[in-house]
Design a protein around this ligand. Structure first.
Ligand code: ADP
Length: 478
Protein backbone atom coordinates (compact mmCIF):
# COMPACT_ATOMS: atom_id res chain seq x y z
CA UNK A 1 0.00 0.00 0.00
CA UNK A 2 1.20 3.54 -0.74
CA UNK A 3 0.46 5.96 2.07
CA UNK A 4 0.93 9.71 2.17
CA UNK A 5 1.07 10.94 5.79
CA UNK A 6 0.59 14.67 6.39
CA UNK A 7 1.44 16.46 9.61
CA UNK A 8 2.63 19.76 11.03
CA UNK A 9 5.50 18.21 13.01
CA UNK A 10 7.57 15.05 12.95
CA UNK A 11 10.49 13.75 14.97
CA UNK A 12 13.44 14.16 14.36
CA UNK A 13 12.92 17.33 12.30
CA UNK A 14 10.51 19.36 14.40
CA UNK A 15 8.76 18.45 17.64
CA UNK A 16 6.53 20.22 20.12
CA UNK A 17 4.89 17.12 21.59
CA UNK A 18 3.75 13.54 21.23
CA UNK A 19 2.31 14.16 17.74
CA UNK A 20 5.85 14.47 16.38
CA UNK A 21 6.91 11.19 17.99
CA UNK A 22 4.01 9.34 16.38
CA UNK A 23 4.42 10.93 12.95
CA UNK A 24 8.13 10.11 13.08
CA UNK A 25 7.79 6.50 14.16
CA UNK A 26 4.65 5.08 12.52
CA UNK A 27 6.05 5.31 8.95
CA UNK A 28 9.11 3.30 9.98
CA UNK A 29 6.91 0.50 11.27
CA UNK A 30 4.69 0.59 8.17
CA UNK A 31 7.79 0.49 6.00
CA UNK A 32 9.05 -2.55 7.89
CA UNK A 33 5.71 -4.22 7.15
CA UNK A 34 6.44 -3.70 3.45
CA UNK A 35 4.43 -0.56 2.70
CA UNK A 36 5.54 2.62 0.98
CA UNK A 37 5.07 5.68 3.18
CA UNK A 38 5.96 9.28 2.45
CA UNK A 39 5.38 11.95 5.11
CA UNK A 40 4.72 15.55 4.08
CA UNK A 41 5.62 18.31 6.54
CA UNK A 42 6.12 22.10 6.41
CA UNK A 43 9.56 23.48 5.66
CA UNK A 44 10.23 25.31 8.91
CA UNK A 45 13.87 26.50 9.27
CA UNK A 46 14.73 23.64 11.64
CA UNK A 47 13.34 21.11 9.14
CA UNK A 48 15.32 22.49 6.21
CA UNK A 49 18.44 22.66 8.38
CA UNK A 50 18.27 18.99 9.38
CA UNK A 51 16.64 17.31 6.39
CA UNK A 52 19.88 16.43 4.62
CA UNK A 53 20.23 15.86 0.87
CA UNK A 54 16.99 16.40 -1.01
CA UNK A 55 15.77 17.15 -4.51
CA UNK A 56 13.07 19.43 -5.82
CA UNK A 57 10.24 17.23 -7.12
CA UNK A 58 7.61 19.90 -7.73
CA UNK A 59 7.07 23.66 -7.82
CA UNK A 60 4.13 25.98 -7.26
CA UNK A 61 4.33 29.46 -8.80
CA UNK A 62 1.85 30.69 -6.24
CA UNK A 63 0.79 28.96 -3.03
CA UNK A 64 -1.10 31.25 -0.69
CA UNK A 65 0.97 34.34 -1.33
CA UNK A 66 4.26 33.17 -2.76
CA UNK A 67 6.11 30.42 -4.61
CA UNK A 68 6.81 26.99 -3.15
CA UNK A 69 9.04 24.06 -3.88
CA UNK A 70 8.33 20.49 -2.85
CA UNK A 71 11.49 18.80 -1.64
CA UNK A 72 11.96 15.07 -1.38
CA UNK A 73 14.62 13.75 0.95
CA UNK A 74 17.02 11.26 -0.60
CA UNK A 75 15.87 7.86 0.51
CA UNK A 76 17.93 4.75 1.05
CA UNK A 77 16.37 1.38 0.43
CA UNK A 78 14.06 0.37 3.28
CA UNK A 79 13.66 3.91 4.60
CA UNK A 80 10.42 5.84 4.91
CA UNK A 81 10.13 8.86 2.62
CA UNK A 82 9.93 12.55 3.49
CA UNK A 83 8.59 15.48 1.52
CA UNK A 84 8.75 19.07 2.63
CA UNK A 85 6.75 22.11 1.54
CA UNK A 86 9.44 24.75 1.15
CA UNK A 87 7.37 27.93 1.08
CA UNK A 88 9.48 30.64 2.73
CA UNK A 89 6.66 33.18 2.84
CA UNK A 90 4.69 30.78 5.05
CA UNK A 91 7.21 28.73 7.00
CA UNK A 92 10.60 30.49 7.09
CA UNK A 93 10.05 32.02 10.52
CA UNK A 94 12.31 31.63 13.54
CA UNK A 95 11.32 30.08 16.84
CA UNK A 96 8.30 27.98 17.70
CA UNK A 97 6.66 26.31 14.70
CA UNK A 98 3.17 27.54 15.53
CA UNK A 99 3.56 30.74 17.49
CA UNK A 100 5.07 34.19 17.29
CA UNK A 101 7.56 35.29 19.93
CA UNK A 102 4.67 36.91 21.81
CA UNK A 103 3.01 33.49 22.10
CA UNK A 104 0.16 34.45 19.77
CA UNK A 105 -0.56 32.32 16.69
CA UNK A 106 0.44 33.72 13.30
CA UNK A 107 -2.25 35.82 11.59
CA UNK A 108 -1.98 33.67 8.47
CA UNK A 109 -2.18 30.35 10.36
CA UNK A 110 -5.13 29.28 8.19
CA UNK A 111 -3.10 29.87 5.01
CA UNK A 112 -0.02 28.06 6.34
CA UNK A 113 -1.90 24.83 6.91
CA UNK A 114 -4.22 25.24 3.93
CA UNK A 115 -1.07 25.36 1.81
CA UNK A 116 0.13 22.10 3.35
CA UNK A 117 -3.28 20.60 2.64
CA UNK A 118 -3.35 21.79 -0.98
CA UNK A 119 0.00 20.14 -1.63
CA UNK A 120 -1.28 16.94 0.03
CA UNK A 121 -4.41 17.05 -2.13
CA UNK A 122 -2.39 17.44 -5.29
CA UNK A 123 -0.06 14.57 -4.42
CA UNK A 124 -3.12 12.55 -3.45
CA UNK A 125 -4.65 13.19 -6.84
CA UNK A 126 -1.59 11.96 -8.65
CA UNK A 127 0.45 15.10 -9.38
CA UNK A 128 3.72 13.24 -8.76
CA UNK A 129 4.03 10.32 -11.13
CA UNK A 130 6.60 8.66 -8.89
CA UNK A 131 4.37 8.54 -5.82
CA UNK A 132 0.63 8.07 -6.16
CA UNK A 133 -0.87 7.23 -2.76
CA UNK A 134 -3.73 4.82 -2.14
CA UNK A 135 -4.38 6.39 1.26
CA UNK A 136 -3.77 9.84 2.68
CA UNK A 137 -3.36 9.90 6.45
CA UNK A 138 -3.93 13.30 8.08
CA UNK A 139 -2.82 14.08 11.64
CA UNK A 140 -4.56 16.66 13.86
CA UNK A 141 -6.26 19.95 13.04
CA UNK A 142 -3.44 21.40 10.97
CA UNK A 143 -4.20 18.79 8.31
CA UNK A 144 -8.00 18.70 8.72
CA UNK A 145 -8.49 20.37 5.36
CA UNK A 146 -6.75 17.47 3.58
CA UNK A 147 -9.76 15.08 3.67
CA UNK A 148 -12.04 18.06 2.98
CA UNK A 149 -10.14 19.26 -0.10
CA UNK A 150 -9.96 15.71 -1.44
CA UNK A 151 -13.64 14.99 -0.84
CA UNK A 152 -14.70 18.32 -2.37
CA UNK A 153 -12.55 17.83 -5.46
CA UNK A 154 -14.33 16.37 -8.44
CA UNK A 155 -11.47 14.07 -9.34
CA UNK A 156 -11.24 10.48 -8.11
CA UNK A 157 -8.84 10.48 -5.19
CA UNK A 158 -7.29 8.26 -2.54
CA UNK A 159 -8.98 7.04 0.63
CA UNK A 160 -8.55 9.36 3.61
CA UNK A 161 -7.98 8.73 7.31
CA UNK A 162 -8.00 11.44 9.97
CA UNK A 163 -6.22 10.84 13.28
CA UNK A 164 -6.93 12.92 16.37
CA UNK A 165 -3.97 13.23 18.73
CA UNK A 166 -5.65 15.83 20.90
CA UNK A 167 -9.20 17.05 20.45
CA UNK A 168 -8.46 20.20 22.45
CA UNK A 169 -6.71 21.76 19.47
CA UNK A 170 -9.20 22.30 16.67
CA UNK A 171 -8.14 25.13 14.35
CA UNK A 172 -11.14 27.45 14.26
CA UNK A 173 -11.38 30.40 11.91
CA UNK A 174 -13.98 33.03 11.07
CA UNK A 175 -16.34 32.30 8.15
CA UNK A 176 -14.88 35.04 5.95
CA UNK A 177 -11.85 32.77 5.32
CA UNK A 178 -14.02 30.39 3.29
CA UNK A 179 -13.34 31.75 -0.19
CA UNK A 180 -9.67 32.50 0.50
CA UNK A 181 -9.17 28.90 1.57
CA UNK A 182 -10.68 27.70 -1.69
CA UNK A 183 -13.66 26.11 0.03
CA UNK A 184 -16.96 26.22 -1.89
CA UNK A 185 -19.90 27.98 -0.25
CA UNK A 186 -21.75 24.66 -0.41
CA UNK A 187 -19.25 23.18 2.07
CA UNK A 188 -20.28 25.66 4.75
CA UNK A 189 -22.86 23.37 6.35
CA UNK A 190 -23.24 21.24 9.47
CA UNK A 191 -22.20 18.24 7.39
CA UNK A 192 -19.18 20.12 6.02
CA UNK A 193 -16.58 22.58 7.30
CA UNK A 194 -18.97 24.77 9.31
CA UNK A 195 -18.33 24.67 13.04
CA UNK A 196 -20.26 26.87 15.50
CA UNK A 197 -20.65 29.58 12.87
CA UNK A 198 -17.01 29.51 11.75
CA UNK A 199 -14.72 27.15 9.90
CA UNK A 200 -13.29 24.22 11.84
CA UNK A 201 -10.24 22.55 10.35
CA UNK A 202 -10.43 19.49 12.60
CA UNK A 203 -14.20 19.41 12.24
CA UNK A 204 -13.75 19.39 8.46
CA UNK A 205 -11.35 16.47 8.65
CA UNK A 206 -13.67 14.51 10.93
CA UNK A 207 -16.63 15.22 8.65
CA UNK A 208 -14.96 14.29 5.35
CA UNK A 209 -12.41 11.54 6.08
CA UNK A 210 -13.39 7.98 5.21
CA UNK A 211 -12.15 6.66 8.55
CA UNK A 212 -11.21 8.27 11.84
CA UNK A 213 -8.81 7.19 14.53
CA UNK A 214 -7.59 8.46 17.84
CA UNK A 215 -4.72 7.33 19.99
CA UNK A 216 -6.37 4.98 22.51
CA UNK A 217 -9.63 3.04 22.85
CA UNK A 218 -10.60 4.82 26.08
CA UNK A 219 -10.03 8.27 24.53
CA UNK A 220 -12.09 7.14 21.51
CA UNK A 221 -14.97 6.60 23.94
CA UNK A 222 -14.20 9.76 25.99
CA UNK A 223 -14.49 12.06 22.97
CA UNK A 224 -17.99 10.84 22.18
CA UNK A 225 -19.17 12.16 25.55
CA UNK A 226 -19.99 15.70 26.64
CA UNK A 227 -17.18 15.84 29.23
CA UNK A 228 -14.26 15.50 26.80
CA UNK A 229 -15.96 15.82 23.41
CA UNK A 230 -15.05 19.54 23.25
CA UNK A 231 -18.02 20.34 21.04
CA UNK A 232 -17.37 17.51 18.58
CA UNK A 233 -18.98 14.70 20.61
CA UNK A 234 -22.11 14.67 18.44
CA UNK A 235 -20.21 14.25 15.20
CA UNK A 236 -17.87 11.67 16.72
CA UNK A 237 -20.73 9.66 18.21
CA UNK A 238 -22.52 9.76 14.85
CA UNK A 239 -19.35 8.41 13.23
CA UNK A 240 -18.59 5.87 15.97
CA UNK A 241 -18.62 3.01 13.45
CA UNK A 242 -15.80 4.73 11.55
CA UNK A 243 -13.76 5.64 14.66
CA UNK A 244 -11.00 3.38 16.03
CA UNK A 245 -8.74 3.87 19.05
CA UNK A 246 -5.16 2.69 18.49
CA UNK A 247 -2.68 3.08 21.35
CA UNK A 248 0.57 4.70 20.25
CA UNK A 249 3.74 2.69 20.14
CA UNK A 250 7.09 4.18 21.03
CA UNK A 251 10.30 4.30 19.06
CA UNK A 252 12.06 1.46 20.85
CA UNK A 253 15.36 2.19 19.11
CA UNK A 254 15.53 5.82 20.19
CA UNK A 255 14.07 4.97 23.60
CA UNK A 256 16.15 1.98 24.60
CA UNK A 257 17.78 1.97 28.06
CA UNK A 258 20.28 -0.65 26.89
CA UNK A 259 21.56 1.58 24.10
CA UNK A 260 20.77 5.22 24.75
CA UNK A 261 23.50 7.76 23.99
CA UNK A 262 22.21 9.97 26.82
CA UNK A 263 22.30 7.11 29.35
CA UNK A 264 25.71 5.50 29.83
CA UNK A 265 26.17 2.79 30.95
CA UNK A 266 23.09 1.20 29.48
CA UNK A 267 20.94 -1.22 31.45
CA UNK A 268 18.08 -3.65 31.01
CA UNK A 269 15.61 -5.57 33.17
CA UNK A 270 18.39 -7.88 34.38
CA UNK A 271 20.75 -5.01 35.32
CA UNK A 272 18.41 -2.73 37.20
CA UNK A 273 21.06 -1.96 39.83
CA UNK A 274 22.80 0.22 37.23
CA UNK A 275 19.92 2.65 37.49
CA UNK A 276 21.31 3.70 40.89
CA UNK A 277 24.20 5.58 39.33
CA UNK A 278 21.90 7.33 36.87
CA UNK A 279 19.79 8.46 39.81
CA UNK A 280 22.84 9.80 41.61
CA UNK A 281 24.09 11.63 38.53
CA UNK A 282 20.65 13.12 38.00
CA UNK A 283 20.33 14.25 41.61
CA UNK A 284 23.75 15.88 41.46
CA UNK A 285 23.08 17.57 38.13
CA UNK A 286 19.74 18.95 39.31
CA UNK A 287 20.91 20.12 42.73
CA UNK A 288 18.90 17.50 44.61
CA UNK A 289 20.28 15.80 47.70
CA UNK A 290 22.29 12.85 46.39
CA UNK A 291 20.62 10.02 48.28
CA UNK A 292 19.68 6.49 47.37
CA UNK A 293 17.24 6.19 50.26
CA UNK A 294 14.62 8.62 48.96
CA UNK A 295 12.30 7.88 46.03
CA UNK A 296 12.73 10.28 43.09
CA UNK A 297 9.57 11.21 41.17
CA UNK A 298 10.01 12.81 37.77
CA UNK A 299 7.77 14.76 35.40
CA UNK A 300 8.38 15.53 31.72
CA UNK A 301 5.44 17.51 30.49
CA UNK A 302 3.87 20.57 29.05
CA UNK A 303 2.99 22.67 32.09
CA UNK A 304 -0.70 22.90 31.34
CA UNK A 305 -4.11 22.47 32.88
CA UNK A 306 -4.69 19.43 30.65
CA UNK A 307 -1.66 17.76 32.20
CA UNK A 308 -2.97 18.32 35.76
CA UNK A 309 0.13 20.30 36.62
CA UNK A 310 -1.81 22.48 39.05
CA UNK A 311 -3.00 19.30 40.77
CA UNK A 312 0.61 18.17 41.07
CA UNK A 313 1.83 21.56 42.29
CA UNK A 314 -0.68 21.40 45.14
CA UNK A 315 0.61 17.92 46.02
CA UNK A 316 4.29 18.94 46.26
CA UNK A 317 4.35 19.66 50.03
CA UNK A 318 2.75 16.27 50.77
CA UNK A 319 5.22 14.51 48.47
CA UNK A 320 8.16 16.11 50.24
CA UNK A 321 6.54 15.33 53.60
CA UNK A 322 6.20 11.68 52.54
CA UNK A 323 9.95 11.59 51.94
CA UNK A 324 10.00 11.93 48.17
CA UNK A 325 12.03 14.04 45.78
CA UNK A 326 10.60 15.63 42.65
CA UNK A 327 12.29 16.65 39.39
CA UNK A 328 10.20 18.57 36.87
CA UNK A 329 11.14 19.23 33.24
CA UNK A 330 8.65 21.26 31.29
CA UNK A 331 7.43 24.56 29.99
CA UNK A 332 4.08 26.12 29.43
CA UNK A 333 1.62 28.32 31.30
CA UNK A 334 3.30 31.22 33.08
CA UNK A 335 1.59 30.73 36.45
CA UNK A 336 2.55 27.05 36.51
CA UNK A 337 6.13 27.81 35.54
CA UNK A 338 6.25 30.37 38.36
CA UNK A 339 4.58 27.99 40.80
CA UNK A 340 7.03 25.18 40.15
CA UNK A 341 10.01 27.54 40.34
CA UNK A 342 8.78 28.76 43.70
CA UNK A 343 8.34 25.16 44.89
CA UNK A 344 11.91 24.42 43.80
CA UNK A 345 13.20 27.37 45.80
CA UNK A 346 11.09 26.54 48.85
CA UNK A 347 12.03 22.84 48.89
CA UNK A 348 15.65 23.25 47.80
CA UNK A 349 17.40 19.89 47.58
CA UNK A 350 14.08 18.05 47.45
CA UNK A 351 12.40 19.61 44.41
CA UNK A 352 14.22 20.56 41.20
CA UNK A 353 12.65 22.38 38.27
CA UNK A 354 14.06 22.84 34.77
CA UNK A 355 11.96 25.08 32.57
CA UNK A 356 12.40 24.54 28.86
CA UNK A 357 12.68 21.73 26.37
CA UNK A 358 15.55 19.27 26.83
CA UNK A 359 15.49 15.94 24.99
CA UNK A 360 18.66 14.47 26.63
CA UNK A 361 17.41 15.39 30.10
CA UNK A 362 14.07 13.72 29.32
CA UNK A 363 15.97 10.48 28.66
CA UNK A 364 18.07 10.85 31.83
CA UNK A 365 14.98 11.51 33.96
CA UNK A 366 13.43 8.24 32.80
CA UNK A 367 16.69 6.39 33.47
CA UNK A 368 17.38 7.89 36.90
CA UNK A 369 13.90 8.52 38.27
CA UNK A 370 12.09 5.92 40.34
CA UNK A 371 8.61 6.92 39.20
CA UNK A 372 7.19 9.15 36.47
CA UNK A 373 4.08 11.20 37.25
CA UNK A 374 1.37 11.79 34.64
CA UNK A 375 -1.55 13.39 36.51
CA UNK A 376 -3.47 14.52 33.39
CA UNK A 377 -7.10 15.65 33.53
CA UNK A 378 -7.55 14.10 30.10
CA UNK A 379 -4.95 12.25 28.05
CA UNK A 380 -5.48 10.96 24.52
CA UNK A 381 -2.63 8.45 24.85
CA UNK A 382 0.34 9.88 26.71
CA UNK A 383 3.89 8.91 25.89
CA UNK A 384 5.91 9.62 29.01
CA UNK A 385 4.28 6.75 30.90
CA UNK A 386 5.33 4.47 28.01
CA UNK A 387 8.91 5.73 28.14
CA UNK A 388 8.71 5.24 31.91
CA UNK A 389 7.61 1.62 31.48
CA UNK A 390 10.45 0.99 29.05
CA UNK A 391 13.05 2.52 31.39
CA UNK A 392 11.89 0.95 34.65
CA UNK A 393 10.60 4.32 35.86
CA UNK A 394 7.27 3.24 37.30
CA UNK A 395 4.28 5.32 36.11
CA UNK A 396 1.93 6.97 38.60
CA UNK A 397 -0.86 8.23 36.38
CA UNK A 398 -4.37 9.62 36.33
CA UNK A 399 -7.07 7.12 35.42
CA UNK A 400 -8.11 8.74 32.15
CA UNK A 401 -7.88 8.11 28.41
CA UNK A 402 -4.84 6.28 27.14
CA UNK A 403 -3.31 6.14 30.62
CA UNK A 404 -6.01 3.61 31.57
CA UNK A 405 -5.16 1.56 28.48
CA UNK A 406 -1.41 1.43 29.16
CA UNK A 407 -0.90 1.18 32.94
CA UNK A 408 -2.18 -1.57 35.29
CA UNK A 409 -2.49 -0.69 38.98
CA UNK A 410 -0.11 -2.75 41.11
CA UNK A 411 -2.46 -2.69 44.10
CA UNK A 412 -5.35 -3.98 42.00
CA UNK A 413 -3.82 -6.71 39.86
CA UNK A 414 -1.00 -9.23 40.05
CA UNK A 415 0.34 -8.06 36.69
CA UNK A 416 0.52 -4.42 37.78
CA UNK A 417 2.91 -2.03 36.08
CA UNK A 418 2.22 1.23 37.93
CA UNK A 419 -0.37 3.18 39.91
CA UNK A 420 -3.63 4.76 38.76
CA UNK A 421 -5.36 7.58 40.62
CA UNK A 422 -8.58 9.49 40.02
CA UNK A 423 -7.89 12.40 37.64
CA UNK A 424 -8.05 16.03 38.72
CA UNK A 425 -7.80 15.44 42.49
CA UNK A 426 -4.78 16.37 44.58
CA UNK A 427 -5.80 14.10 47.48
CA UNK A 428 -5.97 11.08 45.15
CA UNK A 429 -2.63 11.94 43.59
CA UNK A 430 -1.03 12.19 47.03
CA UNK A 431 -2.56 8.84 47.91
CA UNK A 432 -1.13 7.32 44.71
CA UNK A 433 2.35 8.71 45.38
CA UNK A 434 2.18 7.30 48.93
CA UNK A 435 1.16 3.90 47.56
CA UNK A 436 4.11 4.04 45.17
CA UNK A 437 6.50 4.98 47.98
CA UNK A 438 5.23 2.07 50.08
CA UNK A 439 6.03 -0.40 47.30
CA UNK A 440 9.35 1.35 46.55
CA UNK A 441 10.36 0.64 50.18
CA UNK A 442 9.89 -3.07 49.41
CA UNK A 443 12.66 -3.57 46.78
CA UNK A 444 11.74 -7.09 45.56
CA UNK A 445 8.16 -5.98 44.92
CA UNK A 446 9.31 -2.72 43.27
CA UNK A 447 11.78 -4.49 41.02
CA UNK A 448 9.11 -6.96 39.94
CA UNK A 449 6.96 -3.96 39.02
CA UNK A 450 9.81 -2.38 37.06
CA UNK A 451 10.55 -5.61 35.21
CA UNK A 452 6.92 -6.18 34.24
CA UNK A 453 6.86 -2.68 32.75
CA UNK A 454 10.11 -3.23 30.91
CA UNK A 455 8.81 -6.50 29.43
CA UNK A 456 5.76 -4.84 27.84
CA UNK A 457 5.58 -4.87 24.06
CA UNK A 458 5.52 -1.12 23.44
CA UNK A 459 6.84 -1.07 19.89
CA UNK A 460 5.06 0.15 16.79
CA UNK A 461 4.51 -3.17 15.05
CA UNK A 462 1.10 -3.97 16.53
CA UNK A 463 -0.20 -0.38 16.26
CA UNK A 464 1.06 -0.23 12.67
CA UNK A 465 -0.88 -3.40 11.86
CA UNK A 466 -3.97 -1.81 13.41
CA UNK A 467 -3.50 1.32 11.26
CA UNK A 468 -3.21 -0.89 8.19
CA UNK A 469 -6.56 -2.47 8.99
CA UNK A 470 -8.05 1.03 9.18
CA UNK A 471 -6.42 2.02 5.88
CA UNK A 472 -7.84 -1.11 4.26
CA UNK A 473 -11.30 -0.35 5.65
CA UNK A 474 -11.03 3.20 4.28
CA UNK A 475 -10.09 1.83 0.85
CA UNK A 476 -12.99 -0.61 1.00
CA UNK A 477 -15.40 2.32 1.41
CA UNK A 478 -14.41 3.70 -1.98
P1 ADP B 1 1.60 15.95 24.61
O1 ADP B 1 0.17 16.12 24.95
O2 ADP B 1 2.41 17.11 25.08
O3 ADP B 1 1.86 15.59 23.19
P2 ADP B 1 2.66 13.29 25.19
O4 ADP B 1 2.92 12.59 26.48
O5 ADP B 1 1.84 12.58 24.19
O6 ADP B 1 2.07 14.73 25.54
O7 ADP B 1 4.05 13.59 24.48
C1 ADP B 1 4.96 14.50 25.01
C2 ADP B 1 6.29 14.29 24.32
O8 ADP B 1 7.07 15.47 24.47
C3 ADP B 1 7.11 13.19 24.93
O9 ADP B 1 7.99 12.66 23.96
C4 ADP B 1 7.90 13.93 26.01
O10 ADP B 1 9.09 13.24 26.36
C5 ADP B 1 8.20 15.21 25.30
N1 ADP B 1 8.37 16.37 26.18
C6 ADP B 1 7.42 17.11 26.78
N2 ADP B 1 7.95 18.14 27.44
C7 ADP B 1 9.29 18.05 27.27
C8 ADP B 1 10.41 18.85 27.70
N3 ADP B 1 10.23 19.94 28.45
N4 ADP B 1 11.63 18.47 27.31
C9 ADP B 1 11.82 17.36 26.55
N5 ADP B 1 10.80 16.59 26.11
C10 ADP B 1 9.56 16.93 26.46
Amino acid sequence: MRILAVASEAFPYVKTGGLADVVGALPLALTELGHDVVTLIPGYPQVLATLGPAEVVDRYGELYGGPARILQKHRAWGEAGWMVVDAPHLFDRPGHPYRQASGAPWDDEAFRFAALAVVAREIGLGRLAAFQPDVVHAHDWQTGLVPAYLALDGRMGPATVMTVHNLAFQGQFTPDWLGALGLPASSFTVAGVEYYGGIGFLKAGLAYADKLTTVSPTYARDIQQDLWGMGLQGLLAARAADLAGIVNGIDTVHWNPADDPFVRPGYDADRLALRGQHKQALQAALGLEVRGDVPLFVVISRLAWQKGMDVLLAAVPALVEAGGQLAVLGSGEADLEGGFEAAGTHHRGRVAVRLGYDEPLAHRLHAGGDAVLVPSRFEPCGLTQLYGLRYGCVPVVAATGGLIDTVVDADEAANGTGFLVEAGRTDRLIDGMRRAIAVWRDPPRWQALQRRGMMQDLGWRRPAEAYLRVFEAALAKR
